[in-house]
Ligand binder design. Sequence first.
Ligand SMILES: Nc1ncnc2c1ncn2[C@@H]1O[C@H](COP(=O)(O)OP(=O)(O)OP(=O)(O)O)[C@@H](O)[C@H]1O
Ligand SMILES: [Mg+2]
Length: 255
Amino acid sequence: MAEKRTPIIEVRNLTAGYQDNIVLDDISFDVFAGEVFVILGGSGCGKSTLLKHMIGLYEPMAGEITIDGINIVSANSKQKRQLLQKFGVTYQSGALFGSMTVRENLRLVLQEFTTLPLNIIDTVCDMKLKLVGLEGCGELMPAELSGGMVKRVAIARAMTLDPDIIFLDEPSAGLDPITSAQLDESIIDLSRSLNITFVIVTHELASIFAVADRVIMLDKNTKKIIAHGSPAELKQSNDNAFVQQFFHRKPSLEQ
Ligand SMILES: Nc1ncnc2c1ncn2[C@@H]1O[C@H](COP(=O)(O)OP(=O)(O)OP(=O)(O)O)[C@@H](O)[C@H]1O
Ligand SMILES: [Mg+2]
């Protein structure tokens, strides 16, 4: 994996939280271009908080986050907008607009960020739907979709601007194992064929082994990264009880 060693995201000494609640305390890591990078950790340890800081939605209490050479913490609004065009994001709670068709949901992003004519926009939307295996679904309303289809539309929407980096917050939560495996395949395909960098929050052990090049595990008590490495390295490492519980599916002990 020597060709993947250029950092596209650098997180340095990040301290983040809400008012007087520190959630992440002085954490640092790199994400390399083209890799699938997974963020793990128990509920409430700050995975979504980290993701939201990485896309510049929240300001850190301390530390720096550099994406493609631009410091997102000190970026002005024009630079942030430029950076945002390089990202695709799906939020944990992210839903589609229920009163709009699937295609109209995708159109919104292109209408916001480009001046393309509508027929071109719709061609792009349909191409993105095809990429996630939803060819011909553009006219459907969100209520007509299964949970797995909604997730895939959200990923298609995240891809409308041909992003370099896609951030996914628990994309397979609530999906059956087969649908979840299909989603994993889409991620692997996109990563390999388009060299998109993925930053994914997930709890699905099977997904982690299927897609992740590298993993970090966050810890709620220490507010630090307690483990990092490939999934195989984490499974074999013995030095942290929580990591071992997670990777060997042992019943959770109170941390
Ligand atoms: N907007 C917010 N305002 C105040 N506190 C918040 C906010 N969002 C999250 N928190 C708090 O920050 C901590 C981390 O939350 P976060 O959502 O980042 O965890 P998570 O690891 O994504 O959890 P889960 O696995 O349940 O999604 C929690 O204590 C939560 O209550
Ligand atoms: Mg979360």
